[in-house]
Structures are given as C-alpha cells and as structure tokens.
Design a protein around this ligand. Structure first.
Ligand code: 9MR
Length: 675
C-alpha cells in the first residue's frame, strides 16, 4: 500500500490544527487531496509558506543557506517542529541533522489525546557546534492522537542549527484520517484500585496538568475514582518551576536565590487540595529537565560555571522556596518529595552532571540536608531512581544513601520500576526489602510501568504478570517490607512516555486492561479472564538445531550486533559470525518461549579472541548465565548448560556474547527440552 501518495479526504484536521497552520496540506483544497508519506522541512521557505516546518515554543527561527538557525530559546524544549496530524495510527521515522553547542539534541513528539498533552522522546545524540550529527528514530503515534508534531529540542537553551529534518511513514500507511477518535468509556464504572488496596498502601498515578485543565473531564473523573495519590508528571520539575524570565532579568538580585513560580503545577495542586488527594512532589534535584543556566555565573551559559559555594546557596534556596511555597499554599497536600532523582550512573558510580560538577560528589547529601532543614515537618524525603532493582546499581545507590540515612536525612526509597514482564518478581521484591532493611526507610514504588511482552496474547500475558507482581508486593507488605505507595507512571497506555510498549492499566479510551484486572485479582482473588480472541500458545518441545550448513539461521541480533554465515565451521563448512556490537552484551539471540515450563539443555561450539564467551538468559534486570566458556585461543570450544524456564513465561530469549566485544563464531547450537 505504501506506494507514492495516499488519497485522503480533505482537510478536516487543518482547521483544527493549533500551531500556525500546516503547510503539508495543499492550500485551498476542499476535495480529495494527497498526503505525502514523507514530510521534509524546506528551510528555503519561511514559516507558513510551504516549508513544512513551524516554530515550537518561544524560539525564533532564522533561515540561512538552506538551514534553520533556532535562536532565543527560553526552555530546553523550545525548538522547531514538523506537524504531521495525518500520521496518527502509524509508525513513523523522524530524522534530523543538527549542530549545536548544547551537549545533546533530541527529537521528540508531542500530541494530544482528548485534550491531554503527551510528550515522547524519539532519539537523541551528542552534539558539537562545529560538526553535524544526524539523529534518527522510530515511534508509534497512537491512533487517537490529535495534532501530532515532531520537534527538535536540546539539553539547554543554546542555539541549534538544523540542516535537514524529515518525518516519514514506516511500513504500510494506516489511513485514519476522517476516522473519529474512539468514544471514551465511563470512568466511574470501574472498581477502584485505591479502595481495593486500602489495607496495604496508597495507589497513585502520574498525570500531566492537562488532565485537570481539559474541558473533557473524563480523565479527571478516572483519577478521582481510582487513585489516592497523584504525582505531577513534569510540572514540579525544575524546568517548570524555575522562573527563567524573572531570574535572568536581574541576575544580581537573584544570584543566590533563583526565582520560582508554580503556574504549571497549580491546576494539579488545586485538584488534590479540593479532592483531599495527596501528592508526591517530583522532583527537586535532578540532572535532567533542569536548565543549564542555573549552573552558570550570572545565569549566563556563555560564561563560567558557578562556584561550589554559590551552587550550594542556589540549591538550598531553591529547595527551601519550593517545599515551603507548596506547604504554605497547599498545606498537607504534598506528603513526600523526591529530593534527588537519578543520581546513580547506569554504568556504575555517580552520574556526571552539572550538580556534581559544580558542587562535588556530596551534592546528594547536601540536597537531603537542606530538604530536612527547610522541609515542612512530616513531609517524607525520598531518593528516586530507575533500574534500582539491578544488583550493581543497587550497590551504588546504597553506598550513596547510607551516610544520608545515618544522618537521619532520608525517609524513603523511590523505586521507579520502569520494568518489563520479563523481570523476575522475587529479585524485585528482594531489592525492595534490602533498601528498607539497610537504610531503615520506607518504600514507594514511584513510576511503575510494565512493558507488555511481545507474545501472542500480549495484553492477557501482561495481566497475568501484573497479578503475580502485585501478589508478591502484597505478600512483601504483609511480611513487613514497608511499602507505603505504588504509583503507576501514567493514566492510559496512550498517555505513557513509552506508549508503544502499552505499559499501563487503562486503554487509551479509559477502559480497564487485563493489566488492571491482574492487579485487582492479586488483592481480591480470581484469575485474569482470557479474552475472546485468546490464542492457545503452543509449547513445542521440538529441539532447536542450527549447524548453518544450509547457510540459514533463525535467531537474530541482540541490540546492534550483525550476523553473517561464513566458512570455517566447527568440523564443518559453515558457521555463524557475530560482529559489530556497541557493547559486549550485544550478541546473537534465540527465542526459547516455546519451551516454557521445561528445563532446557543448550549445547554449542564457539570461537573467539575474547577471553571468554557466554550464553545467558535475557530476563529484565537479571541475566542468568547458562554457560560460560574460556575462549581467546581462536580455537573452537564446546559449551553446554541447563536452564529452567518458568511455566507461563510469555516471552524469553537466550543470547550468546563475547565478554570483550570481539567477534565470535558459533556452530552446532542445540536446544532441547529435558523434561
Ligand atoms: O513522563 C515524563 C515525560 O513526560 C518527560 O518527557 C520525560 C522527560 O525526561 O520525563 C518523564 O518522566 C520521567 C521521570 O520524571 C523520572 N523517571 C523517568 C521518567 C520517564 O522518562
């Protein structure tokens, strides 16, 4: 179907379009017209004159030599955009070639669904002022998304030069133009999660302001019916709280005490106050969504970074101002603050960031000290992070937080829990228990979303996993692990920051998903109902055998590795060559879901210059070794191992890797069920 142009019915959307007109649609057309499957920004044409681009936010755009120079950016998300309202319900690829003095540039998507605005990061890349960087990535636009546009933003407010920018449909075009958005389900008809969990913990949700400012009040009603804790998804982050205009207009006056305002958060705070719902404040000190000007002398990013002393004053005054403004204006509404967010690095130790660069490694300790000193009494102070259940990151977090706990300056550990249904529930609970035991703090699960498995009955399988997960959380709570709140990171799948993975409890039209049912079954008993279109999974114990003599392979790359059949097999002509990964854990991956409920035996021949090679099960958060063999001699080595795949596993792969990224060669891979 994706051939050239698709005929569409005329421009119903053009009239609705909010952001300065859509050049893509032919002017003056009131009959059928053609919509291109690629939209390319033309920087020889001014805005509104057929160049397919619009200004995004407060920036100014100058056109020069076929490029767009994006200047006067007040916030990191001020940039330039390509509107693509007709692409809803499609996967699109967005690509941009940019240069910038900002550390990094990101392509993001904005859309609204029933009046709620969502933002999704599509792709990012490090940038320099002198050289060009091309960034590209794919994203699914939800079927009900209105006014979708793709925009370029950057880590701070410096200029961005864009020399190319385009958006294209990937795969077959799904024509939803002229199709009305789905009707919303009645939000008051679904039993309440927070009521069902009243004996255990608060049940919370993260939402954007638009849920409360929207003329469509269904979303607000769903929040009211279901949840008793709310987290503003973005509205209390420094980029929304710091008052850039006021602070920068008089840098001398505000030198030690940046000005703040709460315009973005007020509607959510009002809602919580009026309805007696409590709020988690998110977040005071973070490396991200914090404008870089905060860290410079005179708030000028072209000058010098501010000194430790000055940044300590700014941090202390900011924490004091924000916590106390909220308490004074909305007494008792905020019961917990994420004082510091994501200070641990993904690859060990502390994350490098402006806070660390200006203040030093003790910035986390200082933030908690200030929050304790100035925070209203009774408001709980949390550290919040992701991948927090992974052993090595947990070690780093515990090391960082122990002195803070000893000083009595922290009350809670926020386990974000952006997980997938591959995560081993026991390991997750063990991590929660360890934080509570070793730090003497309470636990909030702060940002739960669970990537649905790519299985035949994906939504049902996700529901079954949710039941298992929440049964374990309830049991841990009963066993004394102080879990006091579980917050899901978004109201509906369509509103999620990773909507393509369908990670939440409600569908876009507000009807409950099997995931919701799983959560309810965990507390009320019963099983997730199989949907009418349920497909019985086949457990097929036929052995998997690959000797590559037919020059074919069934598995595929894990992340960015490349597979090729080459000559020189183990006692045979051909084998599989694996090259070009970006990390040692890129490798060759084989789906073993069909053996769910069995112990499998894996045997293989492998050859590599790496000191060792491994065969590992790919479970989110833990990667159990099935077999490790010493290589390095460039001779074939035989390996084998057993692995038990839990019954009901919805999706599982195993993968082979070399432990130092050297190419490796694989032959005679055999997997068979042992029971
Ligand atoms: O859900 C938030 C999304 O709307 C923002 O674009 C994004 C920007 O970083 O932040 C998302 O929320 C993050 C949260 O504040 C901290 N943990 C990770 C969350 C998902 O990225």
């Amino acid at each position: 179907m994706k051939k050239g142009f698709i005929k569409l019915v005329a421009c119903a959307l053009a009239g609705m379009f909010l952001l300065g007109g859509c050049d893509v649609l032919p002017k003056g057309t009131d009959g059928p017209y053609e919509v291109p499957l690629t939209i390319t920004a033309d920087f020889t044409k001014k805005e509104g004159k057929g160049g397919n681009w619009v200004t995004y936010g407060d920036s100014k755009i100058q056109l020069k030599d076929g490029k767009a120079l994006v200047t006067d950016r007040k916030a990191s998300n001020d940039g330039i955009a390509i509107p693509c309202p007709d692409y809803r319900g499609n996967t699109i690829n967005a690509s941009a070639t940019v240069s910038s003095a900002n550390d990094s540039v990101t392509i993001s998507m904005r859309y609204d669904i029933y009046g709620n605005v969502s933002y999704v990061n599509i792709a990012g890349g490090a940038t320099t002022e002198s050289g060009e960087t091309t960034i590209s990535g794919n994203v699914d636009i939800p079927a009900n998304a209105q006014n979708a546009l793709i925009y370029i933003e950057a880590s701070d407010v410096r200029d961005i030069t864009v020399s190319a920018f385009s958006v294209s449909v990937v795969g077959d075009f799904n024509d939803l133009s002229g199709t009305p958005v789905e009707e919303l389900a009645d939000p008051t008809k679904t039993a309440s999660l927070s009521a069902a969990y009243a004996d255990y913990f608060k049940f919370g949700v993260a939402t954007p302001t638009t849920v409360y400012t929207n003329s469509n009040d269904s979303f607000k009603k769903l929040v009211l019916a279901q949840f008793n804790s709310v987290t503003p998804e973005n509205e209390l982050k420094p980029e929304n709280v710091l008052d850039a205009a006021t602070t920068k207009a008089d840098p001398e006056k505000y030198n030690e005490c940046p000005a703040v305002h709460f315009d973005a958060a007020k509607p959510i705070l009002d809602f919580c106050k009026e309805n007696g719902i409590q709020m988690r404040g998110h977040t005071l000190v973070w490396y991200s969504q914090t404008p870089s000007w905060l860290f410079y002398e005179n708030y000028d990013v072209n000058g010098q970074l501010a000194s430790r002393d000055l940044m300590l004053k700014r941090m202390e005054n900011y924490i004091d101002a924000v916590m106390n403004w909220c308490e004074e204006n909305y007494p008792g509404v905020i019961y917990a603050w994420d004082v510091v967010n994501e200070a641990a690095a993904d690859d060990g130790g502390m994350r490098d960031c402006y806070w660390k660069q200006t203040i030093g490694d003790d910035y986390v300790e200082k933030a908690f000290e200030f929050a304790r000193k100035h925070g209203p009494s009774g408001v709980q102070l949390f550290y919040n992070d992701y991948n927090e259940y992974q052993t090595s990151k947990q070690e780093d977090i515990l090391k960082m937080l122990k002195p803070i706990a000893e000083a009595g300056n922290i009350d809670g550990m926020g386990m974000q829990s952006h997980i997938s249904s591959g995560l081993n529930v026991d390991n997750y609970i063990a991590a929660a228990k360890r934080y509570a035991d070793e730090l003497g703090v309470v636990i909030h699960i702060t940002e739960l979303d669970v990537t649905a498995p790519k299985s035949l009955n994906s939504m049902y399988d996700q529901g079954v996993y949710m039941k298992k997960l929440f049964e374990a959380i309830i049991q841990a709570d009963k066993d004394g692990v102080p879990i006091e709140c579980v917050t899901v990171w978004g109201l509906t799948d369509d509103m999620s920051w990773k909507s393509a993975t369908k990670p939440l409890l409600f569908y876009g039209n507000l009807s409950p998903k099997p995931a919701y049912e799983g959560v309810m079954c965990a507390v009320n008993g019963g099983d997730v109902a199989k949907p009418a279109d349920y497909v019985e999974p086949v457990t097929d114990t036929t052995p998997f055998v690959e000797d590559y003599e037919d020059q074919k392979f069934i598995g595929g790359p894990r992340y960015s590795s490349v597979q090729k059949i080459v000559e020189g097999g183990y006692e045979s002509k051909y084998c599989l060559e694996n090259t070009e990964g970006y990390a040692e854990y890129d490798g060759y991956s084989i789906d073993v879901t069909q053996y769910a409920g069995h112990v499998i035996h894996i045997s293989f021949a492998i050859k590599s210059k790496a000191p060792s090679c491994k065969c590992t099960a790919d479970i989110d958060g833990v990667w159990p070794n099935i077999a490790e063999v010493q290589t390095g001699t460039d001779e074939w080595v035989l390996g084998e191992g057993d692995f038990e795949i839990e019954e009901g596993t919805a999706s599982l792969t195993i993968y082979f890797e070399s432990t130092d990224m050297s190419p490796f060669y694989l032959d005679n891979v055999e997997i068979k069920a042992m029971n």
